[in-house]
Design a protein around this ligand. Structure first.
Ligand code: ADP
Ligand code: MG
Length: 467
């Protein structure tokens, strides 16, 4: 056995980090230490039994998968408490590679600090220096969210509280929140802004409970001028964190302090979230970021390419390339940006022009992966919007025509636009039998021949979903 367990762990960590994301990695994985691998059991040490249990329950499978992927098949994670754990306890998790912000790990900005300094501390700082309003391309899909974020960042009297931003991944929610923080920093040095992912919020809350520093926790979170909580869906199903979030929310609103919250879906659709929280999330302005359209994607690519040209004056991009990418890569902006970066890096290294051939060679995987990926969930949402039906009704057993017909249309589109099996589709519609789906598909097929209005609806929805 030439490879040490430390090496295996280090290798696996790279993929674990990219699959779990930086927040989860920093909070839960970075504090772990590898102890040994015995047979198919990997032994890890965590700074506390709380962290250990949490990791084993939530990330155990992923850890096993990634360790197996680097050549050491394992199937189970066992946790123990690391030595010296008590020292770690009082502090934020001991992140080995990513230094935590100072103090109690809070991302409270000292807003008088220069942006440049912040950017230099990027790895430990919570804000990404690229995520500014200047770098945000506005288009129809994100117009409202952008305007609302701008308004909040002007720091005037609170006009809507909270601002709730929601939309799918990679559509710019985190970008807009960082942009607000940057802008306020410039306009109102001295304002206290706190940006946290919901996961960090929970982690810090739990730490506070364990170390009996709840008062500090409350004091810190309730004394800011602007609190931003990213990806709030994370606390769904986590009762005590929701309770604390609720009180923090109320305390800030009572004092006229602004809240900005993001989520991956509208408040009403957040399963596992207490009703009183759902209702509060709707108190202010709920701004939806729609999936990008072609114009926005092209705009983002052009802006990004202009930025690259400043750094690579010899960069040449053949006509039609950006248009092609904007057309083909519609999943999310992160993938779009990544694709352009790969192309321009290659062009820079080899001194070649970015051509269509280069696109095909370099991005074949991405292009294949971005081929139509509509999900029944998305179809249900769009069809509900179109026919003005509640999602809960669509998934219910109700048979009234006004609900049953849109439901059949949604099933029909799910069959035609997704690779899902009939039983799978049935499950997505509130656990229906696959024969129901077959019936719906037949029915809509037939109706479309005679009912031109329905045929048009279906065609329009199809185009919308394939945009
Ligand atoms: P989300 O938080 O919604 O998942 P992010 O804010 O992390 O998405 O955005 C993903 C990536 O896409 C980031 O690099 C961000 O800068 C970029 N991005 C998203 N929307 C835009 C936009 N309208 N203009 C410029 N960049 C964008
Ligand atoms: Mg985000």
């Amino acid at each position: 056995m030439a490879v040490s367990v430390e090496h295996i762990w280090a290798d696996a960590l790279v993929s674990i980090r990219s699959s779990l994301g930086d927040d989860a990695w920093r909070n839960w994985i970075a504090p772990l230490e590898i102890v040994s691998i015995e047979g198919t059991v990997v032994h890890l040490a965590a700074p506390s039994s709380f962290i250990g249990n949490w990791v084993a329950r939530n990330y155990g499978d992923e850890i096993c998968r990634q360790i197996s992927a680097v050549g050491r098949p394992v199937s189970r994670v066992m946790m123990c408490e690391s030595k010296g754990a008590t020292e770690v306890e009082a502090d934020a998790p001991k992140a080995t590679n990513t230094p935590q912000p100072k103090g109690n790990g809070a991302a409270v900005l000292d807003l008088s600090a220069a942006r440049a300094k912040r950017a230099a501390e990027h790895d430990g700082a919570p804000l990404d220096s690229r995520f500014t309003f200047e770098n945000f391309v506005v288009g129809k899909p994100n117009e409202l969210a952008h305007a609302a974020a701008k308004r909040v960042s002007e720091g005037g009297p609170v006009s809507f509280n909270p601002l709730f931003l929601y939309g799918g991944t990679g559509l710019g929610k985190t970008h807009l929140m960082h942009a607000i923080a940057w802008e306020i920093q410039e306009r109102q040095p001295g304002a206290r802004v706190l940006f946290l992912s919901a996961e960090q919020f929970m982690y810090r809350f739990v730490q506070a409970l364990r170390t009996k520093t709840q008062m500090d926790f409350k004091q810190l979170h309730r004394s800011v001028d602007l609190l931003m909580i990213d990806d709030v869906q994370f606390i769904a199903g986590k009762e005590s964190t929701q309770e604390e979030f609720f009180h923090t929310f109320n305390a800030l609103v009572d004092h006229g302090k602004q809240l900005v919250i993001s989520g991956d879906r509208p408040p009403v659709e957040m399963d596992g979230m207490e009703d009183r929280i759902k209702s509060r999330l709707q108190w202010g302005l709920v701004a939806d970021i729609h999936p990008t359209d072609y114009e926005l994607r092209l705009g983002i690519l052009q802006t990004k390419a202009d930025g690259q040209r400043e750094r690579m004056p010899n960069l040449k991009i053949a006509p039609g390339v950006l248009e092609y990418l904007a057309h083909r890569i519609s999943s999310n902006v992160r993938v779009l940006e990544g694709s352009l970066t790969r192309l321009t890096a290659l062009a820079d290294l080899t001194g070649r022009e970015v051509t269509m051939d280069m696109v095909q060679d370099t991005l074949s995987d991405t292009l294949r992966a971005s081929e139509r990926k509509v999900t029944p969930e998305e179809i249900i949402r769009k069809v509900c919007e179109h026919f003005n039906v509640k999602r809960s009704d669509m998934l219910s057993a109700k048979r009234a025509r006004a609900i049953a017909r849109p439901r059949q249309v949604a099933m029909y589109l799910s069959k035609n636009l997704t690779p899902r099996s009939l039983p799978d589709i049935g499950r997505a519609f509130g656990g229906r039998d696959h024969t129901t789906v077959i019936h719906a598909v037949k029915k809509v097929d037939e109706l479309m021949k005679t009912d031109s209005e329905l045929a048009e609806d279906v065609e329009m929805l199809r185009r919308l979903l394939e945009a």
